[in-house]
Design a protein around this ligand. Structure first.
Ligand code: NI
Length: 253
């Protein structure tokens, strides 16, 4: 078994969604949302397909509709037991820091929602390492997944200091020639801290770089890690699956 712990499966991106799911051959996907609309879509997907679980939330650059009311609507979706986390949530200063206060506020409110329901969080953090660390420090006991990890080894070490069980979502970027920094991080990390992900439809791994990504490509990332860590592909699948099941408390039939 292999688990893609983070993918986006919106109808807009995948008119052929049935086919994409078929490629996964019964393996598990955790579909991620980034606003209220995609949260509803994720909710529907988890009800339609046995092997799809979901996380819901407002991405830091998708906060136009974030307010008390939409947060309550989000909360209602948590009745669905196949919603297994809050995400992706976090901070993104790539296009500037004008909205940093709004982003921090939304991040914290959604972390608190996760705590209320005893759910893990899936974090999107880009060009905002310092503020992310500052916030996460206050929540050392919550289960966290640094999705599509893109910071340095130094930051990874600080995150592990906050929470030694911190998970790092590793995807296609690892297989890119120029991803020296991420390779360093993965080399350093214990396998118990690694989750596989694709972040589909983005960031297809080598040898498919540049094409539309899909969850079935998780295997290329697994193969790459197996080679790096000098362990078998089966071992990588087994450990990362165990990690994902425990991180998201998946009740797999
Ligand atoms: Ni994502």
């Amino acid at each position: 078994m292999i688990i893609d712990t983070h993918c986006h499966l919106e109808k807009n991106d995948y008119p052929n969604l049935e086919e994409i799911i078929h490629h996964m051959d019964g393996n598990i996907m955790i579909a991620s949302a980034d606003n209220l609309k995609s949260s509803y879509e994720v909710d529907e997907l988890t009800k339609k397909y046995d092997n799809i679980y979901g996380t819901i939330g407002f991405h830091p650059t998708e906060l136009e509709d974030f307010n008390e009311n939409t947060l309550k609507e989000l909360e209602k979706l948590l009745q669905n037991k196949k919603i297994v986390g809050i995400g992706e949530i976090g901070l993104d200063y790539h296009y500037g820091k004008e909205e940093s206060e709004l982003q921090k506020d939304a991040f914290i409110k959604q972390i608190e929602l996760a705590i209320k329901y005893n759910l893990p969080i899936v974090i999107h953090s880009r060009d905002a390492a310092e503020d992310t660390l500052e916030i996460l420090k206050k929540y050392p006991n919550i289960k966290m997944d640094m999705h599509c990890y893109g910071y340095s080894l130094e930051v990874a070490k600080q995150l592990l200091k906050i929470n030694p069980h911190m998970k790092f979502g590793i995807g296609g970027v690892l297989t890119f020639k120029n991803s020296k920094k991420l390779k360093e991080v993965v080399e350093y990390l214990d396998m118990s801290n690694i989750l596989l992900e694709t972040d589909s439809p983005f960031l297809a791994p080598e040898p498919l770089r540049g094409t539309k990504n899909e969850p079935a490509n998780t295997k290329y990332v697994a193969e790459y890690i197996a080679n790096m860590k000098n362990i078998s592909l089966e071992e990588v699948k087994k450990i990362t699956t165990t990690n994902a099941i425990s991180q998201f408390d998946l009740k797999i039939k």
